[in-house]
Design a protein around this ligand. Structure first.
Ligand code: SF4
Length: 150
């Protein structure tokens, strides 16, 4: 028997061990998945999210008609009377939040410094995933507020 005729460890594994390794590989993969579950987010993902009005580079200006516009994009502002807005105590002006009924609100909290806000700091309004197809005022607030990191 020459050196090349001798079974290598790979040959031995392919004959015996590899069949045993496959189930273990699957188990390892399952274990790895269960140790790192996907992050949970409290927001529903809209299949057609509202376009980011800042993506075009234009600012957002809220108008008296209740809409916010950018260069090419015009989405209506969230109506505080809308049931989805009421459910989250959305208030168009964070300084007008009633503390007694919204004890989680802290002074200084507003959409512009919320992690969910999609507008730029200079924008008067921007998208929020909680209100697909609408924009929230930068100075608004709701009880889903989450402080933006940084
Ligand atoms: Fe959206 Fe945050 Fe404003 Fe609530 S406070 S409307 S979650 S951006």
């Amino acid at each position: 028997m020459t050196t090349s005729d001798r079974p290598t460890s790979l040959h031995r594994m392919s004959r015996r061990g590899f069949g045993l390794l496959l189930p273990w590989g699957g188990l390892v993969a399952l274990t790895a998945c269960s140790k790192n579950p996907p992050p949970m987010t409290p927001v529903a993902i809209d299949p057609a999210p509202a376009p980011n009005p800042t993506a075009t580079g234009g600012g957002v200006a809220a108008s008296a008609s209740g809409t916010a516009s950018t260069s090419g994009a015009s989405l209506p502002l969230v109506d505080p009377a809308d049931p989805s807005a009421k459910a989250l105590a959305y208030t168009a002006d964070a300084s007008q939040v009633v503390a007694a009924s919204n004890p989680v609100h802290k002074p200084g909290q507003a959409c512009r410094n919320c992690a969910l806000y999609g507008g730029q700091p200079v924008d008067a309004a921007g998208p929020c995933p909680l209100y697909p197809g609408k924009q929230v005022s930068a100075g608004a607030w709701c009880n889903a507020y989450a402080k933006k990191a940084g």
